[in-house]
Design a protein around this ligand. Structure first.
Ligand SMILES: *Cc1c(COP(=O)(O)O)cnc(C)c1O
Length: 413
């Protein structure tokens, strides 16, 4: 019997206005279709070096160790934590949403002793609360999320890394949801490891996790270096520290692969590297300040538009991410029915929510290639129509008008 080969991939043209993934920039998709190269071809290793150079400004750092982890953003998180933390180490987790809980979950598997400072969903953790905990628990590592898409809140990080250093702790930040859309200032924040992903404000597909590692963190990780036997070399010495519990996510070996040593660890995901490289080029050509302003304008437009429709915006205004906005589902409106109509009638995806917010908020993202005025206006126009179809009364046209005014005001400011 002949095997069904199904159809050629031909997805509908959805506008992805949820918390990620979003539509990739066409230049990124084109870059990803380029021909492949051998792993140690000089053209390939030159591309790897270019990627390192391109991501330094995006992370706001001069860290030599700036590279890619092959895998989705979670791979970057896991690589950072498993390489920084050994079983029994005390780690302080700053938790204000689903991804803060994920840090705890990963650290639990590593066998860390976990201490937590928390905020209710929709709020962030004040720096003095983090300082009190640092004094009390004296952690080896402090881990936090920058923007937690589950709650749409952005943890303020000015002074965060310096505080951790003052108490002798290394710091880790998951910046997946903000990188390329809100400022990442690894050096100014004095944080040690920051990781991200492509599928949000960098406007690429998921599957590559840019990461940067400070000199102090790199020294700590290299002290745990145990090169696997099959690729061990005389010119690479092992350290005295406890072996890193993952082979694939062993940052000591991955950093040796990305260095002139070119340790033969994994095979770099070539097409993803092309994509990540183009994401960075697109962002830097636009200019990071302009790009952040564009995301601010998009967030301001969604917020103003939603309020003009009579919707409540979720969470603390002072700490809102600019690129994802939570809208409280009005009483009597079926949140899933709205999402279904948005998708089926308008080809627009908006996000649902998790945990305590499930069924209570929608999340609208305007990120990367989709943080565009017309895409925000089209989404709000569609939402207004759908809300009315679902029995919610709102002033006709008000959302789009308010959004347009907010967009223009933000960029004129
Ligand atoms: C979206 C998101 C991730 C996603 O991780 P993936 O492995 O790429 O699915 C991680 N962290 C945060 C804060 C996010 O918002």
């Amino acid at each position: 019997m002949a095997t069904d080969v199904f159809g050629e991939i031909d997805p509908p043209q959805r506008l992805l206005m949820g918390p990620g993934p979003v539509n990739a920039h066409p230049r990124v998709l084109r870059a990803m279709s380029a021909d492949l190269l051998g792993q140690f071809d000089p053209e390939m290793t030159a591309y790897m070096n270019e990627v390192m150079a391109l991501y330094r400004p995006i992370f706001g750092t001069r860290n030599a160790q700036t590279f890619l982890i092959d895998g989705t953003a979670r791979a970057g998180i896991e690589a950072a934590l498993v390489s920084l933390v050994a079983p029994g180490d005390t780690v302080l987790v700053v938790n204000f949403g689903r991804f803060g809980l994920l840090l705890g979950e990963i650290l639990g598997r590593i066998g860390a002793k976990i201490e937590t400072v928390e905020a209710r969903w929709g709020e962030v953790v004040p720096l003095d609360v983090i300082e009190d905990a640092l004094k009390r628990v004296r952690p080896k590592v402090v881990a936090t999320i920058h923007g937690d898409t589950s709650t749409t809140m952005a943890q303020p990080l000015e002074g965060f890394g310096a505080l951790c250093r003052q108490y002798g702790a290394l710091s880790y930040v998951d910046a997946t949801a903000t990188i390329g859309g809100m400022e990442i200032a690894a050096d100014r924040w004095e944080v040690d490891v920051v990781s991200g992903g492509l599928q949000k404000c960098l406007g690429g597909p998921s599957g590559s996790a840019p990461i940067t590692v400070s000199e102090a963190a790199a020294a700590h990780i290299f002290a745990r270096r145990h090169v696997e036997r099959g690729i061990a070399r005389d010119d690479i010495d092992d350290g005295d520290g406890p072996r890193i519990l993952s082979n694939y996510f062993d940052l000591a070996m991955v950093m040796d692969y990305w260095s002139d040593k070119r340790l033969n660890h994994h095979t770099e995901a070539t097409s993803m590297l092309y994509g990540a490289r183009e994401c960075a080029r697109v962002a830097l050509q636009e200019g990071l300040e302009r790009r952040y302003a564009r995301h601010r304008a998009a967030g301001a437009a969604v917020t103003a538009g939603a309020r003009a429709l009579g919707l409540e915006v979720f969470g603390d205004d002072r700490h809102r991410m600019t690129n994802v906005t939570g809208l409280v589902i009005p009483t009597g409106v079926d949140g899933e029915a709205v999402r279904k109509r948005m998708r089926e009638d308008f080809e627009i995806e908006i996000g649902t929510a998790f945990g305590p917010l499930q069924g209570k908020v929608w999340r609208i993202g305007a990120m990367g290639y989709n943080a565009a005025k017309h895409k925000v206006l089209i989404t709000l126009g569609a939402l207004e129509t759908v809300l009315r179809m679902e029995g919610f009364t709102c002033p006709p046209g008000a959302g789009v008008e308010a959004a347009l005014a907010a967009w223009n005001a933000e960029l004129a400011a």
